[in-house]
Design a protein around this ligand. Structure first.
Ligand code: ZN
Length: 191
């Protein structure tokens, strides 16, 4: 997908905010990205997930799986476009599991999807869950790759966008130095 067109969608939906943000990690950033803001519009979900599906090269996908909560809409839309099932994994006592009666058969070929991949932690846990069943992970798809170019998985990953994360240590933050008011994302209109 055209990067400029995508950025425009993110900005007009308020998914990508520019300013001075205090992240939960304690770092400061000039950007804040909240994928749910763009996925609240089904037509954008269709557009973005359509791009994932188009680029995942596999002739057979039986099931799409995503980590809850962020990946669920992406999983549902990708499965709708593929005409297959969508399940999601969620943590129970810290362990990623299939609940709610969801099942994956060991003969199935499975696509793992997520909204935003940063460290890849949740996706890795979902991959291990699928492998543990004996099923095959055919690839990973995500809307935004914020890994700053790291190769996180053995399987091929396709992302609609790569968006590097710019962060500053609080004591070295140029925005603090300039006196730009800082805000906590999620504490008001950003979430
Ligand atoms: Zn700052």
């Amino acid at each position: 997908m055209d990067k400029e067109k995508g950025l425009k969608i993110f900005e007009t939906t308020g998914a990508l905010l520019h300013g001075h943000f205090l992240l939960t990690s304690g770092l400061h950033s000039p950007q804040y990205f909240q994928c749910a803001k763009v996925l609240q519009y089904p037509r954008y979900a269709e557009l973005l997930c359509g791009d994932i599906i188009k680029n995942v090269k596999n002739d057979r996908i039986d099931c799409v799986i995503s980590p809850a909560v962020g990946g669920i809409i992406v999983g549902q839309e990708c499965a709708r476009l593929l005409g297959c099932r969508s399940v999601f994994a969620e943590r129970e006592n810290g362990v990623m599991k299939l609940r709610r009666g969801f099942e994956i058969d060991h003969e199935e070929q499975v696509l793992v999807v997520e909204d935003v991949v940063t460290t890849g932690g949740s996706v890795t846990e979902v991959i291990e869950l699928v492998r543990g069943i004996g099923a095959t992970v055919v690839g990973i798809g995500c809307i935004v790759d914020r890994s700053n170019g790291k190769k996180l998985f053995e399987e091929p990953m396709y992302s609609v966008f790569q968006m590097n994360v710019i962060t500053h240590e609080p004591d070295k933050c140029p925005l603090c130095k300039d006196g730009v008011p800082a805000m906590k994302p999620g504490s008001r209109s950003t979430q």
